[in-house]
Design a protein around this ligand. Structure first.
Ligand code: MN
Length: 303
């Protein structure tokens, strides 16, 4: 199913913002964004043309055609509204990295920061976790590991490639978050956090549908909150983000040693060149890379 609508510049920007929560696809020439919501592909062009494709194309397009645009779940409203003083609560936070990188794992971490430990974590200087260098994070992660209850799910490429045809990336994220959160809850039992904060990558209802469809035995849903930029709302998410990143970097180093060539992060041109070099050496990419990315085809073409 396909549906095309025309919007003005302001609405196009609004849409780009709204859809930024979904996994982005390769943006075609002339387009501002292209995403996959799980049931529809949405591509917004600078011309104001927006194309919807897939099962829910019509319903998705209808959201933007009606005049009741403000009743739509905007990103601000999409996340659960966090209670006042949330930053000072005892919170179990989770975040993942690697979903947009061709080489390496999809890594998800959950970290519990109790009220008593908030000061200690604050002193690590991680509030602005997105601005920290890799080296800085590598120094901080061992301290987080030593002090705070945590769990990391590190989905290496080989396993990822097995799951990927059946589960979309957001479903793999949901399963990983749910699993990591459950592990930490077990570790800290009988203490329960005041709240769980998941750095948001899908709508709340979609997140829980992913878990239901994957027939997860135990679904963590009590006191679960979702927000994008979660690291700004609680240090537990900042700590989880750092931990996930450092585990990802570590996996990248090990894979690089195995491959005998430095595997770059991301999904850019350099990645294609290195992937083509691996192919030239007769190395099977499935051990190193997320095969469904367009980079695989590009590397084959380069070869
Ligand atoms: Mn995140």
């Amino acid at each position: 199913m396909q549906k095309v609508i025309q919007v003005n510049n302001q609405k196009l920007k609004q849409m780009a913002h709204y859809y930024s929560q979904f996994s982005s696809k390769k943006v075609p020439t002339g387009a501002l964004f292209s995403i996959n919501s799980g049931s529809a592909t949405v591509t917004g062009y600078y011309s104001g043309k927006v194309m919807f494709q897939g099962k829910t194309a019509s319903a998705e397009a209808a959201k933007w055609q009606s005049n009741s645009i403000h009743s739509l779940d905007t990103p601000k409203k999409m996340g659960t509204t966090l209670p006042a003083d949330f930053a000072n609560w005892s919170v179990l936070g989770s975040d993942e990295v690697g979903a947009g990188a061709y080489f390496g794992p999809l890594t998800t971490a959950a970290v519990y920061v109790s009220q008593e430990n908030l000061e200690w974590v604050r002193a690590l200087g991680i509030a602005d976790s997105k601005t920290l260098t890799d080296d800085r994070m590598k120094k901080i992660a061992p301290q987080i590991i030593a002090k705070l209850p945590h769990h990391v799910v590190n989905l290496m490429p080989e396993k990822y490639n097995q799951l990927q045809p059946l589960h979309n990336v957001n479903q793999m994220k949901a399963i990983s978050h749910n699993f990591a959160l459950g592990k930490v809850l077990d570790k800290i039992f009988p203490i329960t956090p005041q709240a769980i904060l998941i750095d948001q990558f899908a709508q709340q209802s979609t997140y829980f549908n992913y878990l239901k469809n994957a027939k997860q035995q135990r679904i963590i849903h009590e006191n679960v909150y979702f927000t994008t930029k979660g690291e700004q709302y609680h240090l537990s998410v900042a700590a989880a983000s750092i931990l996930a990143r450092v585990v990802e970097l570590d996996a990248m180093s090990k894979l690089s040693v195995e491959a005998g060539i430095k595997l770059p992060i991301g999904a850019g041109r350099e990645v294609d060149t290195v992937a083509a070099e691996l192919l030239r050496r007769g190395i099977d990419l499935k051990h190193y890379a997320k095969l469904h990315f367009a980079n695989t085809k590009k590397a084959e073409r380069l070869l």
